[in-house]
Write a protein that binds this ligand. Structure first.
Ligand code: SAH
Length: 246
């Protein structure tokens, strides 16, 4: 377990913990990967909290049905608006101002900027779709913000919710030891990160770039910046175009 420094143990209880509520048909998938390492330690230190709610608890009839066939025909099943709305309403008392995210491949693609905003807020409510998706009316009726984690189709929203949780939690104050380790990373300054090296200095005939051994911090910083630019230009020219001339 992490034994916090005096600073951390004093600061932690003063802050209202960042609060995540996940609506899912598979609550057993949580906390899963966010229950270990950095995010997991922060969870047990009370820096954030995670509540899962089973959508099935609001299902209809003896079989607790949550889905039905699509109007207009077509394959698959659709999560019912009435069932999902009941689950959302039960999870969100009046005055709960957390953003309500719906995991959706049609959503706005997740960015580090949005992650930073979410992490700075009170927390999130996340709705995980399954089957063909959710009845369109609940998106508007419950003011859901559709978020995508990339241009591919998952079988359910749970993995997307875990991705968003992981990305947000590491930015909650006190979660990462050295704050600087967040500021320099890929996307934080509109660029991909420079390459890293550690011991041994020589490995299978490959040497660590000489500049990193120079002890000349100005030179090292210039080299890293130039590497960042070159890698971004080669792999993600769209990032450079988005941030203007670098
Ligand atoms: N028929 C839908 C895909 C449904 S996939 C379509 O073509 O758009 C089932 C569920 O998985 C979705 O409701 C959503 O919650 C989740 N999901 C799938 N891909 C996702 C992605 N790229 N980002 C976020 N959530 C996704």
């Amino acid at each position: 377990m992490v034994s916090g420094t005096d600073d951390e143990t004093r600061a932690a209880p003063a802050r209202t913990p960042w609060r995540a509520t996940v609506l899912t048909l598979y609550p057993e998938m949580f906390p899963g990967p966010v229950g270990v390492s950095l995010a997991g330690d922060a969870l047990s230190r009370g820096l954030w909290s995670l509540e899962t709610r089973n959508i099935r608890d609001h299902g209809l009839g003896r079989h607790r049905a949550v889905d039905d066939t699509p109007f207009g025909g077509g394959p698959g099943m659709v999560l019912r608006a009435d069932v999902l709305a009941a689950a959302i309403d039960a999870a969100t008392p009046a005055g709960d101002c957390r953003p309500r995210l719906l995991m959706s491949p049609r959503g706005r693609p997740l960015t580090q900027k949005r992650v930073r905003e979410l992490a700075a807020g009170p927390g999130v409510i996340m709705v995980c779709g399954r089957f063909e998706g959710v009845d369109e009316r609940v998106v508007e009726g419950r003011n859901l913000e559709e978020v995508s984690i990339g241009d591919y189709i998952l079988s359910g929203g749970e993995m997307a919710a875990l991705v968003i949780l992981d990305a947000c939690v590491r930015l909650i104050p006190g979660v990462m030891g050295a704050f600087t380790s967040a500021g320099e990373e890929s996307f934080e300054n509109g660029l991909l990160e420079y390459p890293h090296y550690t011991r041994p200095r020589s490995w299978e005939g490959r040497d660590v770039p000489e500049v990193l051994m120079s002890g000349d911090h100005g030179r090292i910083e210039r080299w890293r910046r130039q590497q960042s630019l070159a890698i971004t230009r080669e792999r993600r020219p769209d990032l450079l175009a988005a941030s203007g001339p670098a």
